[in-house]
Ligand binder design. Structure first.
Ligand code: ADP
Ligand code: MG
Length: 326
C-alpha cells in the first residue's frame, strides 16, 4: 500500500517546482501576505516555505497529510469542484510520501505554535510545542529520497532552481499585493517583491524594464459565457528563443494550449517573424465550468465554452494591438 501511494504521489509531484506550486497555493489560500521560499540544491535537499497566513490548528495537524483531507470543501456543492486542478486535498499527502515533511505552525488564537513531522501520509508522534509567529513553515527535505529512479530523471539543481524561480515569478506577478522572497539557503534573496507595488512594476522588476514599459492592459467582462478576463500584453520581444505567457485561471497557474495558440496566432500577424511576446493573462470563470478530468500531472485545463471564450479574448487582444500600432 505504501508503495502504491508513493507511486501515485510521484505522479503528482514530479519535480521540486510542482511541490512548490502547491505549497504557494496553500499559503495564498491561507491569506498570507508574506511568502518566503528557501531552497538548497534546487529544492532537492531543502524546499522551505514560510508564510504569515492563518496557520493550522493543533487538532488539524494529525490529518493534514491524509489523502483527500481538505479544509476547503465545506458545502456539498463544492464537491463539484473536487479535482478542478487535479488534486484537492492531495498535495501535502503526496509530498509526505516522497520526502521528509515537517510543519511548524501557529494560529492567531493559540498561545504557542506546534511542530509536527510526517511520513507516508501520517504524523510521526504528537505535535511539539514551539515558538514562532502566526503562520506556517513547511519544510520539505530530501525529495524523492525513496524514489531513486525519479531522482535520476531530474535535471541539474541549477535547472530545477530555474523552474522554482519561474513559478515564484509568475505567482509574484499575479499576486502583486503579496510579498514574495526566494533565496538559496544562507544567501541573499534572488527574487523579492514588496507586496506594495503594482503588477506592472513587478513585471518590470522580474521580466525587464523594456517589457514593463510597453505593457498594454486588456480587459473584458462577458455575461453570456460568464467570464472575466484581465491581461497585460506587449509586442516587445521577450526573448530570442521563445515567448512567455503567464496564465492564471481562477487564480491558479495553469496551461491551456488552445488559449496559447490563439494568442500566438494574433501575434504572428503583428510581430516580425521570430519575435516572441510577453503576455500575462488572468481568466476567471465559473468554477464548475472547469474540466475536472484532467490528468493530475498536467496543468493543462479545459473549460466549458472554451472556443467561444478564446475567440472573444483573441479578438479583444487583436483590437488592442491594432490600436497601439496606429
Ligand atoms: P488542499 O489545499 O486541496 O485543501 P492540501 O493537501 O494542499 O489540500 O492541504 C491540506 C490542508 O492543510 C489544507 O486544506 C489546509 O487546511 C492545510 N494547510 C496546508 N498548508 C497550509 C498553510 N500554508 N496555511 C494554513 N493551512 C494550510
Ligand atoms: Mg493545496
Amino acid at each position: 500500500k505504501v508503495v502504491v501511494n508513493r507511486i501515485a504521489a510521484g505522479e503528482i509531484i514530479q519535480k521540486p517546482a510542482n511541490a512548490l506550486k502547491e505549497l504557494i497555493e496553500n499559503s495564498l489560500d491561507a491569506k498570507a501576505t508574506q511568502i518566503q521560499v528557501t531552497v538548497k540544491s534546487g529544492g532537492l535537499k531543502l524546499l522551505q516555505i514560510q508564510d504569515n497566513g492563518t496557520g493550522i490548528r493543533r487538532e488539524d495537524l494529525p490529518i493534514v497529510c491524509e489523502r483527500f483531507t481538505t479544509s476547503k470543501l465545506t458545502k456539498f456543492e463544492d464537491l463539484s469542484n473536487i479535482g478542478t486542478f487535479g488534486f484537492r486535498g492531495e498535495a501535502l499527502a503526496s509530498i509526505s510520501h516522497v520526502a521528509h515533511l515537517s510543519i511548524q505552525t501557529k494560529t492567531a488564537n493559540e498561545s504557542c505554535g506546534y511542530k509536527a513531522s510526517y511520513e507516508d501520509g501520517m504524523m510521526k508522534g504528537t505535535p511539539k510545542a514551539s515558538a514562532g509567529n502566526q503562520g506556517t513553515i513547511i519544510t520539505v527535505e530530501d525529495l524523492f529520497y525513496n524514489m531513486p529512479q525519479r531522482r535520476q530523471c531530474l535535471k541539474s539543481p541549477a535547472e530545477e532552481m530555474q523552474k522554482i524561480c519561474d513559478v515564484i515569478s509568475k505567482y509574484a506577478v499575479h499576486n502583486s499585493s503579496v510579498a514574495f522572497t526566494l533565496k538559496k539557503y544562507g544567501e541573499p534573496p534572488i527574487l523579492r517583491t514588496t507586496g506594495r507595488r503594482t503588477r506592472d512594476c513587478n513585471i518590470a522588476d522580474i521580466y525587464g524594464t523594456q517589457i514593463g514599459r510597453s505593457l498594454l492592459p486588456v480587459e473584458l467582462e462577458d455575461d453570456v459565457h460568464k467570464f472575466k478576463f484581465t491581461a497585460l500584453v506587449t509586442n516587445v520581444d521577450y526573448s530570442e528563443k521563445r515567448g512567455i505567457m503567464l496564465l492564471f485561471i481562477n487564480h491558479r497557474l495553469v496551461d491551456s494550449s488552445a488559449l496559447k495558440a490563439a494568442v500566438d496566432s494574433v501575434y504572428s500577424t503583428y510581430l516580425p517573424k521570430g519575435m516572441h511576446p510577453f503576455t500575462y493573462v488572468s481568466l476567471e470563470i465559473t468554477p464548475t465550468h472547469v474540466d475536472v478530468n484532467v490528468h493530475p500531472t498536467k496543468h493543462e485545463v479545459h473549460f466549458l465554452y472554451e472556443d467561444e471564450i478564446i475567440d472573444k479574448i483573441k479578438r479583444r487582444i487583436e483590437l488592442k494591438l491594432l490600436g497601439s500600432n496606429t
